[in-house]
Design a protein around this ligand. Structure first.
Ligand SMILES: C[S@@+](CC[C@H](N)C(=O)[O-])C[C@H]1O[C@@H](n2cnc3c(N)ncnc32)[C@H](O)[C@@H]1O
Length: 294
Protein backbone atom coordinates (compact mmCIF):
# COMPACT_ATOMS: atom_id res chain seq x y z
CA UNK A 1 0.00 0.00 0.00
CA UNK A 2 1.45 3.35 -0.98
CA UNK A 3 1.23 5.95 1.75
CA UNK A 4 1.30 9.52 0.51
CA UNK A 5 3.00 11.67 3.10
CA UNK A 6 3.77 15.35 3.26
CA UNK A 7 6.88 15.95 1.22
CA UNK A 8 6.69 19.65 1.69
CA UNK A 9 10.22 20.64 0.93
CA UNK A 10 11.78 17.67 -0.80
CA UNK A 11 11.38 16.29 -4.27
CA UNK A 12 11.92 12.55 -4.38
CA UNK A 13 12.19 10.60 -7.57
CA UNK A 14 11.91 6.98 -6.49
CA UNK A 15 14.32 4.71 -8.27
CA UNK A 16 16.69 7.65 -8.54
CA UNK A 17 16.35 9.05 -5.06
CA UNK A 18 17.91 12.44 -4.70
CA UNK A 19 19.76 12.27 -1.42
CA UNK A 20 20.54 15.97 -1.24
CA UNK A 21 18.20 18.24 0.73
CA UNK A 22 17.35 21.47 -1.05
CA UNK A 23 19.89 24.15 -0.17
CA UNK A 24 18.94 26.12 2.90
CA UNK A 25 16.01 23.85 3.81
CA UNK A 26 15.97 21.45 6.73
CA UNK A 27 13.75 18.41 6.45
CA UNK A 28 11.71 17.39 9.45
CA UNK A 29 9.84 14.52 7.83
CA UNK A 30 11.24 11.31 6.32
CA UNK A 31 10.66 10.69 2.63
CA UNK A 32 8.04 8.07 1.87
CA UNK A 33 8.25 5.00 -0.34
CA UNK A 34 6.18 1.95 -1.14
CA UNK A 35 5.55 -0.20 1.94
CA UNK A 36 4.24 -3.65 1.24
CA UNK A 37 5.37 -6.41 3.58
CA UNK A 38 4.03 -8.03 6.71
CA UNK A 39 7.22 -7.18 8.57
CA UNK A 40 7.14 -6.05 12.15
CA UNK A 41 6.99 -2.30 12.07
CA UNK A 42 8.14 -0.83 15.40
CA UNK A 43 5.64 2.04 15.31
CA UNK A 44 4.40 1.13 18.81
CA UNK A 45 7.92 0.71 20.22
CA UNK A 46 9.05 4.29 19.65
CA UNK A 47 8.20 5.54 23.18
CA UNK A 48 10.17 2.80 24.96
CA UNK A 49 12.73 1.54 22.42
CA UNK A 50 15.81 3.51 23.51
CA UNK A 51 15.04 3.00 27.17
CA UNK A 52 14.83 -0.78 26.78
CA UNK A 53 17.49 -1.39 24.07
CA UNK A 54 19.99 1.41 24.68
CA UNK A 55 23.57 0.52 25.56
CA UNK A 56 25.65 2.35 28.17
CA UNK A 57 27.79 5.21 26.80
CA UNK A 58 31.15 3.38 26.81
CA UNK A 59 29.66 0.45 24.86
CA UNK A 60 28.09 2.83 22.32
CA UNK A 61 31.48 4.51 21.91
CA UNK A 62 33.21 1.17 21.40
CA UNK A 63 30.66 -0.13 18.86
CA UNK A 64 30.82 3.18 17.01
CA UNK A 65 34.62 3.07 16.92
CA UNK A 66 34.55 -0.46 15.43
CA UNK A 67 31.96 0.46 12.81
CA UNK A 68 33.66 3.74 11.88
CA UNK A 69 36.85 1.77 11.21
CA UNK A 70 34.88 -0.40 8.76
CA UNK A 71 33.03 2.48 7.12
CA UNK A 72 35.64 5.19 6.74
CA UNK A 73 36.55 5.88 3.13
CA UNK A 74 33.68 3.87 1.69
CA UNK A 75 31.25 6.71 0.99
CA UNK A 76 27.63 6.60 2.06
CA UNK A 77 26.32 3.83 4.30
CA UNK A 78 22.67 2.70 4.27
CA UNK A 79 21.06 1.29 7.41
CA UNK A 80 17.90 -0.73 6.85
CA UNK A 81 15.59 -0.65 9.87
CA UNK A 82 17.38 2.45 11.14
CA UNK A 83 14.85 2.86 13.95
CA UNK A 84 15.65 5.58 16.48
CA UNK A 85 19.19 5.89 15.16
CA UNK A 86 20.68 3.93 18.06
CA UNK A 87 23.46 2.85 15.67
CA UNK A 88 23.27 5.37 12.82
CA UNK A 89 23.18 8.59 14.82
CA UNK A 90 26.51 8.05 16.62
CA UNK A 91 28.00 7.05 13.23
CA UNK A 92 26.70 10.26 11.67
CA UNK A 93 28.09 12.22 14.62
CA UNK A 94 31.45 10.52 14.04
CA UNK A 95 31.49 11.77 10.45
CA UNK A 96 30.12 8.75 8.53
CA UNK A 97 27.72 9.72 5.72
CA UNK A 98 24.54 7.82 6.54
CA UNK A 99 21.15 7.17 4.95
CA UNK A 100 18.39 5.32 6.79
CA UNK A 101 15.16 3.56 5.94
CA UNK A 102 12.51 2.13 8.24
CA UNK A 103 8.85 1.15 8.09
CA UNK A 104 8.07 2.99 11.32
CA UNK A 105 7.79 6.74 11.06
CA UNK A 106 7.44 7.01 14.85
CA UNK A 107 10.87 5.42 15.31
CA UNK A 108 12.47 7.85 12.83
CA UNK A 109 10.65 10.71 14.55
CA UNK A 110 12.59 9.83 17.73
CA UNK A 111 15.81 9.85 15.68
CA UNK A 112 14.97 13.30 14.32
CA UNK A 113 14.09 14.56 17.80
CA UNK A 114 17.39 13.26 19.22
CA UNK A 115 19.17 15.09 16.39
CA UNK A 116 17.61 18.38 17.48
CA UNK A 117 14.44 18.38 15.38
CA UNK A 118 15.80 18.23 11.82
CA UNK A 119 16.73 15.18 9.73
CA UNK A 120 20.46 14.74 10.35
CA UNK A 121 20.85 12.63 7.19
CA UNK A 122 18.41 11.37 4.53
CA UNK A 123 15.66 9.16 5.96
CA UNK A 124 12.89 7.36 4.10
CA UNK A 125 9.90 5.35 5.17
CA UNK A 126 10.62 2.38 2.96
CA UNK A 127 10.52 -1.38 2.99
CA UNK A 128 13.88 -3.14 3.14
CA UNK A 129 12.55 -5.72 0.66
CA UNK A 130 12.03 -3.02 -2.01
CA UNK A 131 14.66 -0.35 -1.51
CA UNK A 132 14.05 2.89 -3.38
CA UNK A 133 17.66 3.24 -4.47
CA UNK A 134 19.51 2.42 -7.66
CA UNK A 135 21.93 -0.50 -7.78
CA UNK A 136 25.45 0.25 -6.46
CA UNK A 137 24.43 3.48 -4.66
CA UNK A 138 26.25 2.89 -1.37
CA UNK A 139 29.67 1.89 -0.12
CA UNK A 140 28.23 -0.01 2.84
CA UNK A 141 25.00 -1.52 4.14
CA UNK A 142 24.08 -1.95 7.81
CA UNK A 143 21.45 -4.16 9.39
CA UNK A 144 21.10 -4.25 13.16
CA UNK A 145 18.44 -6.42 14.82
CA UNK A 146 16.24 -6.45 11.75
CA UNK A 147 16.26 -9.66 9.64
CA UNK A 148 14.28 -11.60 12.29
CA UNK A 149 11.44 -9.09 11.80
CA UNK A 150 11.03 -9.52 8.03
CA UNK A 151 9.26 -12.58 6.55
CA UNK A 152 10.98 -11.79 3.24
CA UNK A 153 14.38 -11.39 4.90
CA UNK A 154 16.12 -13.03 1.92
CA UNK A 155 14.70 -10.35 -0.39
CA UNK A 156 15.83 -7.69 2.07
CA UNK A 157 19.32 -9.15 2.12
CA UNK A 158 19.47 -9.34 -1.67
CA UNK A 159 18.23 -5.76 -1.86
CA UNK A 160 20.92 -4.59 0.54
CA UNK A 161 23.60 -6.34 -1.49
CA UNK A 162 22.13 -4.89 -4.69
CA UNK A 163 22.42 -1.28 -3.52
CA UNK A 164 25.94 -1.71 -2.11
CA UNK A 165 28.73 -1.37 -4.67
CA UNK A 166 30.94 -4.38 -5.51
CA UNK A 167 33.83 -4.41 -3.08
CA UNK A 168 31.64 -2.77 -0.41
CA UNK A 169 30.78 -4.15 2.99
CA UNK A 170 27.60 -5.29 4.74
CA UNK A 171 27.70 -4.95 8.52
CA UNK A 172 25.22 -7.02 10.44
CA UNK A 173 24.32 -7.56 14.07
CA UNK A 174 21.52 -9.82 15.11
CA UNK A 175 21.19 -8.52 18.62
CA UNK A 176 23.08 -8.52 21.86
CA UNK A 177 23.12 -11.92 23.44
CA UNK A 178 22.54 -12.10 27.13
CA UNK A 179 24.18 -15.48 27.62
CA UNK A 180 23.63 -16.89 31.08
CA UNK A 181 22.18 -13.64 32.33
CA UNK A 182 19.10 -13.10 34.41
CA UNK A 183 17.38 -11.52 31.40
CA UNK A 184 17.77 -14.68 29.35
CA UNK A 185 16.48 -16.86 32.21
CA UNK A 186 13.43 -14.66 32.82
CA UNK A 187 12.70 -14.34 29.11
CA UNK A 188 12.97 -18.08 28.54
CA UNK A 189 10.59 -18.77 31.41
CA UNK A 190 8.13 -16.13 30.24
CA UNK A 191 8.22 -17.56 26.73
CA UNK A 192 7.45 -21.02 28.05
CA UNK A 193 4.54 -19.61 30.02
CA UNK A 194 3.19 -17.83 26.93
CA UNK A 195 3.40 -21.01 24.89
CA UNK A 196 3.80 -21.50 21.16
CA UNK A 197 1.85 -18.37 20.14
CA UNK A 198 4.88 -16.12 20.40
CA UNK A 199 7.59 -15.88 17.79
CA UNK A 200 9.51 -13.93 15.21
CA UNK A 201 8.38 -13.57 11.60
CA UNK A 202 11.70 -13.53 9.81
CA UNK A 203 15.15 -15.10 9.97
CA UNK A 204 15.68 -17.36 12.94
CA UNK A 205 17.35 -15.35 15.67
CA UNK A 206 19.83 -17.90 16.90
CA UNK A 207 20.74 -19.43 13.54
CA UNK A 208 23.32 -18.60 10.89
CA UNK A 209 20.90 -18.51 7.97
CA UNK A 210 21.53 -14.82 7.16
CA UNK A 211 25.25 -15.52 7.14
CA UNK A 212 24.82 -18.59 4.91
CA UNK A 213 22.76 -16.57 2.44
CA UNK A 214 25.44 -13.87 2.34
CA UNK A 215 28.11 -16.49 1.70
CA UNK A 216 26.03 -17.80 -1.21
CA UNK A 217 26.05 -14.27 -2.59
CA UNK A 218 29.84 -14.45 -2.58
CA UNK A 219 30.45 -12.43 0.60
CA UNK A 220 33.24 -13.30 3.04
CA UNK A 221 32.40 -12.87 6.71
CA UNK A 222 34.61 -11.51 9.47
CA UNK A 223 33.77 -11.06 13.16
CA UNK A 224 34.38 -7.70 14.76
CA UNK A 225 35.57 -7.73 18.40
CA UNK A 226 32.76 -8.42 20.85
CA UNK A 227 31.66 -5.43 22.92
CA UNK A 228 30.54 -6.18 26.47
CA UNK A 229 27.96 -4.09 28.25
CA UNK A 230 26.11 -4.49 31.51
CA UNK A 231 23.38 -2.64 33.28
CA UNK A 232 21.59 -3.11 36.58
CA UNK A 233 17.85 -3.52 36.78
CA UNK A 234 15.43 -5.72 38.73
CA UNK A 235 13.60 -8.91 37.82
CA UNK A 236 10.35 -7.04 38.50
CA UNK A 237 11.24 -4.50 35.80
CA UNK A 238 12.16 -7.24 33.33
CA UNK A 239 8.87 -9.07 33.83
CA UNK A 240 6.88 -5.81 33.71
CA UNK A 241 8.50 -5.05 30.31
CA UNK A 242 7.61 -8.49 28.97
CA UNK A 243 4.04 -8.12 30.17
CA UNK A 244 3.79 -4.62 28.66
CA UNK A 245 4.77 -5.94 25.23
CA UNK A 246 8.19 -4.29 24.97
CA UNK A 247 9.47 -7.21 22.86
CA UNK A 248 8.16 -7.69 19.35
CA UNK A 249 7.80 -11.47 19.61
CA UNK A 250 4.91 -10.86 22.03
CA UNK A 251 2.94 -8.55 19.75
CA UNK A 252 0.61 -11.24 18.39
CA UNK A 253 -0.19 -12.51 21.88
CA UNK A 254 -3.38 -11.37 23.61
CA UNK A 255 -2.76 -9.03 26.59
CA UNK A 256 -4.59 -11.44 28.93
CA UNK A 257 -2.19 -14.23 27.96
CA UNK A 258 0.80 -11.95 28.62
CA UNK A 259 -0.70 -10.99 31.97
CA UNK A 260 -1.14 -14.62 33.06
CA UNK A 261 2.34 -15.52 31.83
CA UNK A 262 3.78 -12.59 33.81
CA UNK A 263 1.98 -13.69 37.00
CA UNK A 264 3.34 -17.23 36.68
CA UNK A 265 6.83 -15.95 35.82
CA UNK A 266 6.82 -13.76 38.95
CA UNK A 267 5.93 -16.77 41.11
CA UNK A 268 8.68 -18.83 39.47
CA UNK A 269 11.26 -16.03 39.82
CA UNK A 270 10.52 -15.46 43.51
CA UNK A 271 11.12 -19.15 44.20
CA UNK A 272 14.13 -19.58 41.94
CA UNK A 273 15.82 -16.17 42.08
CA UNK A 274 14.70 -14.43 45.26
CA UNK A 275 13.10 -11.01 45.76
CA UNK A 276 11.81 -9.47 42.53
CA UNK A 277 13.00 -5.99 43.43
CA UNK A 278 16.60 -6.98 44.21
CA UNK A 279 19.23 -5.51 41.84
CA UNK A 280 19.88 -7.79 38.85
CA UNK A 281 22.76 -7.37 36.43
CA UNK A 282 22.01 -7.80 32.74
CA UNK A 283 25.09 -8.63 30.68
CA UNK A 284 25.03 -8.11 26.95
CA UNK A 285 27.51 -9.13 24.29
CA UNK A 286 27.22 -6.99 21.19
CA UNK A 287 28.41 -8.91 18.17
CA UNK A 288 28.85 -7.46 14.70
CA UNK A 289 29.88 -9.31 11.56
CA UNK A 290 31.40 -7.66 8.50
CA UNK A 291 30.76 -9.22 5.08
CA UNK A 292 33.07 -8.16 2.29
CA UNK A 293 31.22 -8.21 -1.02
CA UNK A 294 32.92 -9.55 -4.14
C1 LIG B 1 14.71 -3.87 16.55
S1 LIG B 1 14.60 -2.38 15.65
C2 LIG B 1 16.32 -2.01 15.34
C3 LIG B 1 16.55 -0.55 15.11
C4 LIG B 1 18.04 -0.19 14.91
N1 LIG B 1 18.60 -0.87 13.77
C5 LIG B 1 18.80 -0.56 16.16
O1 LIG B 1 19.67 -1.45 16.11
O2 LIG B 1 18.51 0.03 17.21
C6 LIG B 1 14.10 -2.94 14.05
C7 LIG B 1 13.63 -1.82 13.13
O3 LIG B 1 13.41 -2.37 11.82
C8 LIG B 1 12.22 -1.84 11.29
N2 LIG B 1 11.73 -2.75 10.25
C9 LIG B 1 11.11 -3.95 10.39
N3 LIG B 1 10.84 -4.49 9.20
C10 LIG B 1 11.29 -3.61 8.26
C11 LIG B 1 11.27 -3.61 6.84
N4 LIG B 1 10.75 -4.61 6.13
N5 LIG B 1 11.81 -2.55 6.20
C12 LIG B 1 12.34 -1.50 6.91
N6 LIG B 1 12.38 -1.46 8.26
C13 LIG B 1 11.86 -2.50 8.93
C14 LIG B 1 11.31 -1.68 12.49
O4 LIG B 1 10.27 -0.76 12.27
C15 LIG B 1 12.30 -1.22 13.55
O5 LIG B 1 12.41 0.18 13.62
Amino acid sequence: MARPLPLDHHRVRWGRLSLQPSPGRQAREPYSSFVATRSRSFERAAPFYDQTRGLPGPAVAEVTRLLVAELTGRGRGLEIGVGTGRVALPLHQAGVEMVGVDLARAMMAVLIEKAGGAMPFPLAQADATALPFPTDSFGAGLASHVFHLIPGWREALHELVRVVRPGGVVLSSRGGSAGGSVLRAVRTRFRQEVGSRAGHLGAEHGSDEVERELRELGARGRSLPVVHASRTTTIATLIDGLEAGHWSWTWDVAPAVLRDAATRTRTWAETERGPLDAPAVVDTEVRWRAFDLP
